[in-house]
Design a protein around this ligand. Structure first.
Ligand code: HEM
Length: 436
């Protein structure tokens, strides 16, 4: 056991010398997506001993009450309040955004996406990532928080986006470093928390009594204990709802647009459900989305390939896994990014192959077995079905409305993002125009 414990040193980023697991290759100490251990020559390492799937196995997170989230610092929520609120808020979000409730969002989201796509005009050129962001941020925020609650008008949104981007960029460092080392991040966080003071008071004022008229933010306020923390939780919810889904919407489009056979199939599918392009305001329902499984597979495949670099947890009480005891204080890390590149589970792992999702039982809301982009257990992303739906809907509307000429080579993913989904390393300029 002592031998095993020697191997189980804290798993913090940068221990492979590269500063980032995305810079290493499968088979290194971050290899196959599972674990960071200080390996010693001649001794078995934990990730060799444990099948990655066993390792990624959700029971580690689920059964261990000793595991807590390391992200409370980013929005200044004290640990006690975090624990007190977690169960309640998590169930609320999981329920409201579960597969059977998605139809409640589709209509509003569709309208919002049209409204903000209209700001792009009938044609132009731009960095695709920016174009996606300009449409997705306001549309999703208005859908989840209520219209007019967060700044979404063209004039207000610039400042908001600048602060939000800064906040998002250094989000992961903020869990490790004192705020005084992250001056700009701290400034943006304060700006956003100030904004959320107003957002919360507006939402409280307009909180309707009937459940069906409430937004997700209203539900959050209704369920929160410790009302003074409402701005902090509002900001956390905003970050969670935007930071991962927006880059994935970008990558889904990139993979589709850069692969002619996939693009052709999608355009045929769209024509078969909605007719040839030309209708100005396509109304897309949940039922329509069900008729377009290939776009859903493309979304899931983009998530697989650009999934978070790491999900980390700190061990509070020692956890036993097979023959290993992981001591309190160690960090555990699962890397969806690397696990999704293990050919044992995903043949041709680097290839964008939407068809592999045919095997998943999506009607029963099950992913492919070794797909862990949304984490697992009692912290598994409660917004996952909403995320997949919003991206699918956005891709449908965007590709139906515009055609594109690609002006740049497809960018690589930036190695700087460990916690969330991957961002592009360089701009990706496109020319777009409305279909005739
Ligand atoms: C492609 C998009 C998304 C990805 C890849 C993603 C991924 C994740 C991951 C990996 C976690 C941590 C799971 C864990 O600790 O085990 C998480 C947590 C969370 N996500 Fe998402 N997410 C996405 C979109 C969303 C959306 C759209 C929302 C809300 C509308 C959302 C809300 C949350 C919340 C509230 C948590 C915290 C759960 C907890 O700690 O109990 N996510 N997400």
């Amino acid at each position: 056991m002592q031998q095993a414990e020697q191997l189980l040193r804290p798993a913090v980023k940068g221990q492979n010398g590269s500063g980032c697991p995305l810079g290493s290759s499968p088979g290194t100490s971050y290899g196959q997506g599972c674990f960071v251990s200080a390996e010693k020559p001649g001794l078995p390492s934990l990730h060799q001993e444990l099948d990655p799937l066993v390792w990624s196995c959700i029971s580690v997170w689920e059964s261990s009450s000793g595991v807590y989230r390391a992200s409370q610092k980013q929005v200044s929520v004290p640990a006690e309040a975090f624990y007190q609120n977690h169960g309640n808020l998590y169930s609320m979000m999981k329920g409201k955004m579960g597969p059977s409730n998605l139809h409640m969002f589709t209509g509003t989201l569709c309208k919002e996406l049209h409204e903000h796509m209209a700001h792009l005009g009938t044609g132009g050129t731009g960095d695709l990532n920016e174009l996606v962001r300009h449409v997705m941020y306001p549309a999703v925020v208005n859908t989840l928080f209520g219209k007019g609650i967060c700044p979404t008008s063209q004039s207000e949104i610039k400042e908001f986006e600048e602060h939000f981007q800064k906040y998002d960029e250094d989000f992961e460092y903020a869990s490790q470093m004192p705020e005084c080392f992250l001056r700009n991040w701290s400034k943006s966080k304060k700006w956003l928390l100030n904004l959320f003071e107003k957002v919360v008071s507006d939402a409280e004022r307009t909180n309707p009594s009937e459940t069906t008229s409430k937004t997700l933010l209203h539900h959050l306020l209704d369920n929160l204990q410790g009302k003074h923390l409402a701005p902090n939780y509002g900001l956390l919810m905003l970050w969670a709802s935007q930071a991962n889904a927006v880059p994935i919407a970008f990558w889904t489009l990139v993979f589709i647009l850069s692969c002619p056979s996939i693009y052709k199939k999608i355009m045929e599918d769209l024509a078969s459900v909605f007719g040839k392009a030309g209708k100005d305001q396509l109304e897309v329902s949940e039922e329509d989305l069900k008729k377009l499984p290939f776009i859903k597979w493309c979304t899931l495949e983009a998530i697989r390939l650009r999934s978070p670099g790491a999900i980390t947890k700190k061990v509070v009480n020692p956890i036993r896994i097979q023959n290993f005891t992981i001591p309190a204080g160690d960090m555990l890390m699962l890397s969806p990014y690397w696990l999704h590149r293990n050919p044992k589970y995903f043949p041709d792992p680097e290839m964008f192959k939407p068809d592999r999702w045919k095997e998943a039982n999506l009607e029963k809301n099950a992913f492919l077995d070794s797909f862990v982009a949304f984490g697992g257990g009692k912290h598994q992303c409660p917004g996952r079905w909403f995320a997949i739906m919003e991206i699918q809907l956005f891709v449908v509307l965007f590709l139906y409305k515009y055609e594109f000429v690609l002006l740049d080579a497809v960018p690589k993913e930036s190695p700087l993002h460990l916690v969330g989904t991957q961002q592009p390393m360089a701009p990706f300029w496109v020319q777009y125009k409305c279909r005739e």
